[in-house]
Design a protein around this ligand. Structure first.
Ligand code: C2E
Ligand code: SIN
Ligand code: SIN
Ligand code: FE
Ligand code: FE
Length: 503
C-alpha cells in the first residue's frame, strides 16, 4: 500500500506528552522512511476514545494508562473491548517491568516508556504492533477456519442424515464468514430446477417451497456456468429471478453464489447475502470454495446412500413378500396349522427382542420363523396328515424336515443367514433333539427361543393326531421341560412374557 494514510489514535491527558508524540510522528512522516504517513487523532479521556472507536477505525492506538476518567490496566481493558481489532500500544511515564508484562497479557501489543522514545523508535514500534496484530489475526482466522472445516468433515463422516450435516455446515458458514444470510439450493436433476433446501438468517418462509428455474437468476447462473457469481450491490441490478425483489426489499447488498461441485457434477449452490459490502480478506473466497466443496461431498454421499437405501428397501420388501407367500402356502398344506406360522413368528420376534437380539438379527429371526417348517414340503401327505401316531419309518421321514429346510434355503444367498431356526428348531437343550443332537449353547440362541414358542403354539392347537391342550396344561408342560427340551432361562423369559401379554 504505497502512500497510504495510517490513522493513529492517541489517548493521553498530559499536554506535554501529547505534543511530544505529535512531534515524533511528524518527524517520522518527514523522514519518509516508509511510504505511509501517520495521521494523529488525539483525545484526553477514555469516554472520548470509546465514543470515537464506536464508528472509526484506526491503524493503531497509543494509550496512556492514567486518564482523568480511568486509571491502570482497567483503561487498557476498556480500550481493547472498544477496539478488539486494533493494536493498542501502552505508553508509560516510567519503566515498570511487571506492569509491562501485565499490559501485554491484558491485550496490549507493546509497552513503551515515553522518556526513552525517539521518532524512529516510535514509528517502528507502531508498524511492528500493526504487523503483529495482523499476524495474530491471520493465525486465529486460519485456526478457526481449519476447525470449522474439521467440524464439517466429521459431521459428514459421522452422520448419514444430510439435514444434520447441512445444519452443521450452515452453523459454521455463518459464524466463520460473519454474513447475514446463507441459503442452500439443491439441483433437482429430474425437474431441472433448484430447490431451496436449508438456510440461515433470512425469514425462511419466503424461500421454503421455493424453486428457481435454471434460466433465471444469479444462483442458477452459478450452476449453469459452474463458477462463483459475485454481485457487489444487489440494489443496482435487475434480472428475471423471482427472489431478486425479495432480496432487495430486505436490503441485501453483497451477494455470492458458489456452486456445489462433486466428482465433476453440479449438485446445487450456496448463496451468501450480506446487508453491507463484504470486505473479505484474500483467502476468503478460497475458504468459501473449500466449504462448498465439503458440502458437495456431503450432498453427494447422501444421494448415493439414499439410492442405495431405496434399492435395498425395495429388495427387502420384495424378499419379505416372497417369504410370506411361501409360508402361507405351507400353512395351507398343513391344514390344521392355520395361522400357526404367523403367530409363532410374531411371538418369537417379540420374545427375541426382549432377550436382547438386535434389530439386524431380528430380520433373520423373522425370516427364519416364517420358513421354519418349509422342510415339510418334502413330507408326503399320508404322513403329514396322518390322524394317529407315526410309525418308526414315518418318524424317520418326518425327522428329515429340518435338514430339508437347510437344503432348500442355503443356496439362496439372502436366506442363508436365516437358516438357524429352520435347521435347529427341533434340537433340545439336553441334546436329545434332531437332526444333530446339539446340546445347550451349541444350539443357536434364536433357535432356542423359537423352539419354545413353536411347541407352545402347537400344543394349544388341534392337530390331526390330537386335540388342543388347555393353557394351564401347556404352561405346566413348558415349565417341566426346562433344562430338558428347553433352556431354563428361555422358559423363564417366555412365561414372564406370557403373563405380561395375557396371551
Ligand atoms: P407340530 O404338530 O407342529 O409339533 C411341533 C412340536 O410341538 C413337536 O415337534 C413337539 O415338540 C411339540 N408337540 C406337538 N404336539 C405334541 C404333543 O401332543 N405332545 C408333546 N409332548 N409335544 C407335542 P416334533 O415332536 O418333533 O414333531 C414335529 C412334527 O411332526 C409335528 O409338528 C407334526 O407335524 C409331526 N408329528 C409329531 N408327532 C406326530 C404324530 O403323533 N402324528 C402325526 N401325524 N404327526 C406328528
Ligand atoms: C437468486 O435468486 O437465488 C439469486 C439472486 C438473483 O439472481 O436475483
Ligand atoms: C408346525 O406345525 O408348523 C410346527 C411343527 C414343527 O416345528 O415341526
Ligand atoms: Fe418343525
Ligand atoms: Fe411349527
Amino acid at each position: 500500500m504505497a502512500n497510504s494514510v495510517m490513522p493513529i489514535l492517541l489517548i493521553e491527558d498530559n499536554p506535554g506528552d501529547a505534543r511530544l508524540v505529535r512531534e515524533m510522528l511528524a518527524e517520522a512522516n518527514a523522514a519518509q522512511a516508509s511510504p505511509d504517513t501517520f495521521e494523529l487523532k488525539h483525545v484526553t479521556h477514555l469516554a472520548h476514545a470509546e465514543a470515537l472507536l464506536a464508528h472509526t477505525t484506526f491503524a493503531a492506538i497509543l494509550l496512556d494508562l492514567s486518564l482523568p476518567d480511568c486509571a491502570g490496566l482497567e483503561t487498557l481493558r476498556q480500550v481493547c473491548r472498544a477496539a478488539p481489532d486494533m493494536p493498542v500500544i501502552v505508553t508509560s511515564g516510567q519503566g515498570d517491568e511487571a506492569l509491562a508484562v501485565d499490559a501485554v497479557q491484558a491485550g496490549a501489543q507493546d509497552y513503551l516508556v515515553k522518556s526513552h522514545l525517539d521518532s524512529h523508535w516510535l514509528a517502528r514500534a507502531i508498524r511492528y504492533a500493526i504487523e503483529r496484530m495482523r499476524a495474530n489475526q491471520l493465525i486465529a482466522r486460519q485456526n478457526s477456519r481449519r476447525a470449522a472445516l474439521r467440524a464439517i468433515d466429521s459431521a459428514i463422516t459421522s452422520s448419514f442424515d444430510l439435514r444434520v450435516t447441512l445444519d452443521i455446515f450452515l452453523e459454521n458458514v455463518v459464524s466463520e464468514l460473519r454474513v447475514d444470510t446463507v441459503n442452500i439450493w439443491l439441483l433437482n436433476h429430474t425437474l431441472h430446477v433448484l430447490e431451496y433446501t436449508a438456510g440461515r438468517g433470512m425469514r425462511a418462509e419466503m424461500l421454503r417451497q421455493g424453486t428457481l428455474r435454471l434460466d433465471a437468476g444469479f444462483a442458477s447462473q452459478a450452476v449453469v456456468e459452474r463458477r462463483v457469481i459475485h454481485i457487489s450491490d444487489l440494489l443496482q441490478v435487475t434480472d428475471t429471478s423471482p427472489y431478486l425483489v425479495t432480496f432487495q426489499m430486505q436490503n441485501f447488498r453483497d451477494y455470492y453464489a458458489v456452486p456445489f461441485i462433486a466428482k465433476g457434477h453440479v449438485l446445487g449452490v450456496l448463496e451468501i447475502l450480506h446487508r453491507a459490502p463484504l470486505t473479505p480478506d484474500p483467502e476468503w473466497l478460497d475458504y468459501v470454495q473449500a466449504l462448498a466443496g465439503q458440502a458437495a461431498i456431503a450432498i453427494d454421499n447422501a444421494s448415493l446412500l439414499n439410492d442405495l437405501q431405496r434399492s435395498n428397501l425395495e429388495l427387502s420388501l420384495a424378499y419379505d413378500a416372497t417369504i410370506e407367500g411361501w409360508s402361507r402356502a405351507l400353512d395351507l398344506r398343513d391344514k390344521e396349522t392355520e395361522g400357526h406360522t404367523q403367530r409363532v413368528t410374531e411371538t418369537t420376534v417379540q420374545l427375541a427382542r426382549l432377550m436382547g437380539i438386535d434389530d439386524l438379527e431380528l430380520v433373520q429371526v423373522r425370516r427364519g420363523a416364517l420358513l421354519h417348517d418349509i422342510g415339510k414340503m418334502g413330507i408326503p401327505d399320508h404322513i403329514l396328515h396322518k390322524p394317529g401316531a407315526l410309525t418308526v419309518a414315518e418318524w424317520e421321514v418326518m425327522r428329515q424336515h429340518p435338514r430339508l429346510a437347510l437344503e432348500l434355503l442355503s443356496p439362496i444367498a439372502y436366506l442363508r443367514p436365516a437358516c438357524d431356526i429352520p435347521y435347529c428348531h427341533h434340537e433340545k437343550w439336553d441334546g436329545t433333539g434332531y437332526p444333530r443332537q446339539l446340546k445347550a449353547e451349541q444350539i443357536p440362541l434364536t433357535a432356542r427361543i423359537f423352539a419354545i414358542v413353536d411347541v407352545w403354539d402347537a400344543l394349544r392347537s388341534n392337530r390331526p393326531y390330537r386335540a388342543a391342550w388347555d393353557d394351564t396344561q401347556v404352561k405346566a408342560f413348558l415349565q417341566a421341560q426346562a433344562g430338558k427340551h428347553f433352556e431354563p432361562q428361555v422358559v423363564a423369559a417366555f412365561l414372564t412374557f406370557l403373563e405380561n401379554n395375557l396371551l
